[in-house]
Design a protein around this ligand. Sequence first.
Ligand SMILES: Nc1nc2c(ncn2[C@@H]2O[C@H](COP(=O)(O)OP(=O)(O)O)[C@@H](O)[C@H]2O)c(=O)[nH]1
Ligand SMILES: [Mg+2]
Ligand SMILES: [Zn+2]
Length: 308
Amino acid sequence: MPSGMVIKSTGSWYMVSADDGQVVACRLRGRFRMEGIRTTNPLAVGDRVDFEPEPGKDTAIVTHIHPRTNVIIRKATRLSSAAHIIAANLDYLMLIATIAQPRTSTGFIDRFLATAEAYHIPAVIIFNKTDLIGSENSELLYELSKIYDSAGYPVLKVSANTGANLEQLGQFLKGKLVLFSGHSGVGKTALINRLIPGANLRTGEISDKHQKGKHTTTFAEAIALPEGGWIVDTPGIKEFGLYDLEKETLAQRFPEMRRLMHQCRFANCTHLHEPGCAVKQAVEDGTLAATRYQNYLNMMLNDYSNDN
Ligand SMILES: Nc1nc2c(ncn2[C@@H]2O[C@H](COP(=O)(O)OP(=O)(O)O)[C@@H](O)[C@H]2O)c(=O)[nH]1
Ligand SMILES: [Mg+2]
Ligand SMILES: [Zn+2]
């Protein structure tokens, strides 16, 4: 039985990149029930499937969906409890960020990283547009790199314009399935075009903005890297949701806090106001980044939204 990976879904058809390299249009027969979550789509980009070619046609029927290692989801609609699966089986969630034009806030970065932790998917930060960084911003970039590196996240600094460090990024992506996320305008499309000659995606599109909150007719799509591996581009999906973030477990979504919290005096320490808090102590000592802790506080004390 041939198998492959779903690279795109368009309504009831799924484009599957077969292990022999061909792309086959597949359909589902009957009903498939996956896991416990109620979803609006049975199959998503990144799903591994077995399929059976239809006699006399160049299409095929999906016969088996392999168990997923992870999924990222968002609510299908504001009011519904059902989820829409954006992608499955990701090796990395990659945040494309910029120091200038526009500047990505640390609040946004930290929410993204916490969400990735909740999904149990390794996160990577890519600072793009390094060609625009002047002397005053280079210090900021250095500080941020240090903060996230010591929290345990790989940080890459690249420029889609000059090509700086794109080879390093290419090596990182080789053979992997990754999702590119980040604000509109940070250069996701420009990076994909540089990494995948021939992708020819249009940069500077504002379609993301128009799609905002519209829940959505655009689908995620995996684009093949020339040396193996896939980038999932998510046009029209502004950011994936914060579906899995709960305040009770939020501190665990900050790896450097997670490493310290067993030293807090109280086992149920929230790291907000308790005496003998190892997290607060580390902030005072300068061993835990103040911005990371401040963003934790903001997330604990405010109702966070996807916007920023
Ligand atoms: N100076 C500079 N501009 C860039 C770089 N990468 C992207 N841009 C520009 O930033 C704008 C937005 O890029 P785009 O790829 O459409 O961003 P997206 O919304 O994240 O897909 C475009 O005008 C790009 O030409 C970069 O590395 N340096
Ligand atoms: Mg784009
Ligand atoms: Zn504490």
